[in-house]
Design a binder for this molecule. Structure first.
Ligand code: CA
Length: 409
């Protein structure tokens, strides 16, 4: 068995080792794998063959939940064992456990109980605020004091590659009667998602200093949004149908152990947050993000935005501490989105709403088309990675193609 080669620009070097759920034609049972270069490593087979220090059992599951619930100590023990196995004992691994990545089918990695979406980018909140309320009142009075969020819809979280059906709903255009129509302002939102590994008991908040112990890992997340439906429905309780039809995530969950070397200080927080949100540790992440769009007529994707998670004002630890401060209990497999990650420059905005400034500045596509919002047949892809010294910790991609809504069929 030749050793697995990993190119320097691969998302999946030995320092990464993300977890996902995969199946193959030969063995259609979804099960847990990790990834090294272009190879998927079947952890259920390794577990069966006694290649870990003990038998875990949960690698044969169709979700990561039981593995996640085992806690940070076990996550670390397994990661250390895998690094040793793949570095030093690779030649002894059963060839059947090493599967070419192009033969696998990836599945939703986690059974998600609850999904919460935050609004943690100051640039994004400011841009949207300017469009809605003008420059003077861009940020709401609460925004610098707490990570604003809302409870989203877990049932429609889908894995990369799944098509997205254009939603229909009530749309009220200026000076026009109310209509029921397929959304004409379908948008994406460039976000990161994080999964809760171990939760908390009802009534017992997760403290800001313990929050990192509860987070299993991160994925790329596209919070698809129908802006015209949103504009009519959102007051006073926030988004509802505009965001509940689909949320796409990348299939490989990158662990916090792999991401920790890429922690950076986030933006200075002024005013100082209340004590339950205050932390002195570096809690941002230097994750380079890219969004591409390819219409049905284009031969290749075109980059329409480049951003970075380090721009986020609120950290994921602050989101978790805030979410639970009332005593709200998080459970294994809960998903939180960061909110759209916009950077400070016009080419780093994380949504079409901002990139085209509400449709005023269409994006020119190679081949002559222009876009304000997404059209049927458009494929939208997000990628992300941390750049190390000679290696990358990457997330692969989250991709989705727009297909016509019911009304248009
Ligand atoms: Ca969002």
């Amino acid at each position: 068995m030749p050793l697995i080669e990993v190119q320097p620009d691969s998302d999946f070097p030995i320092q990464n080792l993300p977890y996902g759920i995969f199946s193959t034609q030969a063995n259609p049972s979804p099960r847990v794998g990790t990834r090294l270069g272009d190879v998927v490593v079947d952890l259920s087979l390794l577990d069966d063959e006694g290649r870990f220090d003990k038998k875990y059992g949960f690698f044969a599951d169709a979700t990561l939940n039981r593995f996640m619930a085992s806690g940070r100590e076990v996550w670390r023990e397994i990661r250390q064992r895998l690094i040793k196995l793949l570095r030093e004992e690779q030649a002894s691994i059963n060839a059947e456990a090493l599967i070419p990545a192009n033969e696998m089918q990836m599945h939703l990695p986690v059974s998600i109980g609850d999904y919460t979406d935050f609004y943690a980018s100051r640039e994004h909140a400011t841009n949207v605020g300017i469009m809605l309320r003008g420059k003077e009142n861009a940020l709401m009075p609460n925004w610098l004091h707490l990570p604003v969020g809302y409870h989203g819809r877990a049932s429609s979280v889908i894995v990369s590659g799944a098509d997205v059906t254009r939603p229909c709903g009530q749309v009220k255009r200026k000076d026009a009667p109310l209509e029921f129509t397929a959304s004409r302002q379908l948008d994406f939102e460039l976000e990161m998602g994080f999964f809760v590994g171990t939760g908390n008991e009802l009534g017992e908040p997760i403290s800001i200093d313990d929050a990192h112990e509860h987070i299993f890992g991160m994925v790329l997340l596209n919070d698809w949004s129908a802006r015209d439906i949103q504009a009519w429905e959102y007051q006073p309780l926030g988004p509802f149908l505009a965001k509940n039809f689909a949320t796409s995530i990348s299939p490989w969950v990158v662990t916090m152990d792999a991401l920790d070397p890429f922690r950076v200080r986030g933006p200075q927080q002024d005013p100082t947050p209340l004590p339950y949100l205050k932390t002195d540790s570096a809690n941002g992440f230097d994750i380079q993000l890219e969004v591409t769009l390819q219409s049905a007529r284009m031969d290749a994707p075109q980059t329409i935005s480049r951003s970075n998670m380090k721009h986020l004002y609120w950290s994921i630890e602050q989101m978790l501490a805030h979410h639970t401060i009332t005593g709200c209990n998080m459970r294994v497999g809960d998903l939180c989105g960061t909110g759209t990650i916009s950077g400070p420059t016009e080419d780093s905005y994380g949504s079409l709403l901002e990139l085209t400034w509400r449709g005023e500045k269409p994006i020119q596509l190679s081949g002559g088309e222009a876009r304000t919002f997404l059209q049927d047949g458009d494929a939208l892809t997000m990628k992300g990675y941390c750049q190390g010294d000679g290696y990358r910790i990457g997330f692969g991609e989250v991709s989705g193609r727009i297909v016509p809504g019911r009304e248009d069929k």
